[in-house]
Design a protein around this ligand. Structure first.
Ligand code: ATP
Ligand code: MG
Length: 660
């Protein structure tokens, strides 16, 4: 069984596997170390990853990007409508409150929820990993942004289940980076921790994390982010600039044309990358729209001027993280940079100036997250032996639990997990109740979570509660933020006060020598004793088991259908190849092995088959292609076998001659 880590990036995804000799990043079917995070649909099949990318422009209405930004969101979510929609090209729709897309799949208008799309993409990641490792893939660790809320985390877990993946941990991406850093450092201190500040600026998001390392352990001290800050913001800024320029220069409105806008976005990203290493860069797009070619250029200084406001946003999260960790810049031993956008020189300079020290890049900036996730998978997987490394993470948002008070109670809520509470973590709450009751969990500071997400997390109903001897029962409820960063109530139970006899330790000095030892004294003390579990019914944002089972089945059907399309294409190619190859040889290498009458018929059959392929055989089923090839084999096979036999004999004779 493979041990896999997945960095599901907003732009591109990286998969790493743990092997005995270390961690390897896996190449996909076109030998790339990252796979575009895209899902698209065609008349016959789905296109996942690279194949979706190749037709992104021609098939943009049926192509979905930004999956990580929109998973766990609703259609009405303000951030989806105001921000994410700008980057999405497939139409968004509402399915019973869930966000979904409407695409044309197999010739029919079809709706898929984002969880389904996320699952489809994970299916592809699983296939890439299986092809490379030649082992089944199930156990994995998936890296997600540390700012994901409960609903987003549960959605990723649901998608993983649909894709048949067993997630050992949803790891916060910056924690994965930190783990990769810590496990490879052999010189970590025993006591006084080494404090590292990790800065990750990717395609859509920016995270600053301060981590304290000692030998064999990392503790996340604080974390701050700008959820809407990354490479795509620079691209959009350039798009705005050039769209305005082209309006006056060429009289075209690129933003009014979906295809033209995607091409301009791609052109701007390229220009941005060139500017990271050069002082100026060109922008040329042929026939962008209305048969117009456009061209322009930009100097790095101009880029920096345009990006001034964006770049100035880089400081706030660093300041916040330092403040939350209660550290000064001097207490930070090193600043480690990861993420693709860190290549923008002015961003790097700004961060360097803030810290007043050189930035380190001892990690592979593109692969650090995936490598860390694979390491975490290796640590958690029973099928793998690796040096243990303790990971102490923290929550990003405080969580409160509310309840209906009894007449004796004043409190109606309690912040059970504070911001930066360590995770995983369990808290035990005590209630006195005579009847079943509900607990509701919410984010305690709704303004801190992504603005369109509902702060409600879950309802936990504690059942079978009854008074004990006419008095309210004392009930303990175990609330836990688990290894995925998801809140659950694991159990609830009744405790009872019982009087227990306990020996009292007699003061030794009193026992005079030679006296007979007195019987040990005892006293009665009140003790809390667990009296039995209570059933807990949880209502969370996770999908019901029955829905999950149905979606899993649908996914399997789509996998089978995609496979059939590929197999059909292969069967057709095999037939085509046989026709051309055999026909080209009947007058040459096969000439002596076929009698002239048979030859005429055979060539006619081959020609017929070729014509058939261009007509009704252009589009048919796998079994028909296979049957057609089998028909040709009836005549062809004996000829080819006779030829091969003679060839083999001649070769053997030659080898014998040469060996004498
Ligand atoms: P996220 O972490 O936000 O989900 P991601 O992991 O897919 O996204 P990365 O792979 O870390 O993102 O970074 C991709 C971003 O880095 C893109 O916006 C890309 O344009 C940018 N980028 C890559 N190379 C360069 C470069 N040489 N100069 C400037 N930007 C670059
Ligand atoms: Mg990333």
């Amino acid at each position: 069984m493979s041990v896999v880590g997945i960095d599901f990036g907003n732009l591109q995804t990286i998969i790493a596997v743990a092997r005995n000799r270390g961690i390897d990043v896996i190449c996909n079917e076109v030998s790339n170390r990252f796979t575009p995070s895209l899902v698209s649909f065609g008349p016959k099949q789905r296109y996942l990853g690279e194949t979706a990318k190749t037709q992104e422009i021609s098939n943009f209405k049926n192509t979905v990007s930004s999956l990580k930004r929109i998973i766990g969101r609703t259609f009405a979510d303000k951030e989806v409508q105001e921000i994410e929609k700008q980057y999405l090209t497939a139409p968004l729709v509402d399915v019973n409150g869930q966000l979904a897309v409407k695409v044309n799949y197999q010739g029919q208008e079809t709706t898929f929820t984002i969880i389904q799309l996320f699952a489809m993409y994970l299916t592809k990641m699983k296939e890439i990993a299986t092809n490379e490792t030649k082992l089944p893939v199930s156990d994995c660790v998936i890296a997600i942004p540390s700012w994901f809320t409960d609903v987003q985390r549960r959605a990723v877990l649901d998608a993983s289940e649909i894709a048949g993946l067993n997630v050992l941990r949803l790891i916060n991406d910056s924690t994965a980076t930190a783990l990769g850093y810590g496990i490879t450092k052999t010189d970590l201190p025993e006591d006084k921790p080494r404090n590292i500040c990790f800065v990750d600026i990717g395609h859509s998001t920016y995270t600053v994390t301060i981590v304290a390392f000692i030998k064999g352990q990392l503790t996340v001290k604080s974390r701050a982010f700008d959820r809407h800050f990354g490479g795509r913001d620079f691209d959009r800024m350039l798009v705005d600039h050039f769209a305005a320029e082209f309006k006056t220069k060429y009289g075209i409105d690129v933003k009014s044309n979906g295809k033209a806008l995607i091409r301009l976005m791609a052109g701007c990203e390229k220009l941005k990358k060139i500017l990271s290493a050069n002082s100026q860069a060109p922008l040329n797009i042929e026939s962008i729209m209305e048969d117009r070619d456009v061209s322009s250029m930009m100097k790095r200084s101009e880029f920096e001027e345009l990006a001034k406001d964006l770049i100035s946003r880089v400081e706030a999260p660093i300041k916040q993280a330092l403040e939350d960790a209660g550290m000064t810049i001097e207490e930070i031993d090193a600043v480690e940079m990861v993420g693709g956008s860190i290549r923008i020189p002015s961003l790097k300079e700004r961060i360097q100036a803030y810290f007043g020290k050189d930035l380190s890049s001892t990690l592979n900036q593109d692969e650090a997250v995936a490598r860390g996730a694979a390491l975490q998978c290796a640590i958690l997987s029973p099928s793998f032996k690796v040096r243990d490394f303790t990971v102490q993470d923290i929550t990003s948002y405080p969580i409160k639990i509310t309840w209906q008070p009894t007449p004796e109670e004043e409190e109606t809520e309690l912040v059970v997990f504070n911001k930066n509470n360590s995770t995983p973590s369990t808290k035990i709450l005590t209630f006195y109740r005579s009847q079943p009751f509900d607990l509701e969990a919410h984010y305690a500071e709704p303004e801190k979570i992504p603005s369109g997400i509902n702060p409600w997390i879950a309802r936990f109903s504690i059942k079978n509660v009854e008074p004990i001897n006419g008095e309210p029962a004392c009930i303990k409820v175990k609330a836990r933020i688990n290894i995925h960063g998801v809140l659950s109530v694991e159990s609830a139970y009744i405790v009872e006060e019982v009087l227990k006899e306990e020996p009292v330790e007699a003061p030794k000095a009193d026992a005079a020598e030679g006296e007979e030892a007195a019987a040990p004294e005892t006293r009665k003390v009140k003790k809390l004793v667990k009296k039995g579990d209570l059933p807990v019914v949880s209502a969370t944002s996770s999908l019901d088991r029955s829905v999950l089972a149905e979606l899993k089945e649908k996914e399997m059907e789509m996998i089978a259908s995609d496979k059939l399309v590929v197999d059909t294409e292969m069967a057709k190619n095999a037939l085509e190849e046989y026709i051309y190859d055999t026909r080209s040889k009947v007058d040459s290498v096969y000439k002596d092995f076929i009698n002239p009458a048979d030859k005429e018929k055979f060539v006619a059959d081959l020609n017929d088959a070729e014509n058939w392929l261009y007509e009704e055989g252009e589009e048919t089923t796998k079994s028909v292609y296979v049957a057609k090839l089998a028909d040709l084999h009836v005549v062809g096979k004996p000829i080819i076998e006779r030829y091969r036999e003679v060839e083999a004999r001649a070769n053997a004779a030659r080898e014998l001659r040469e060996s004498i």
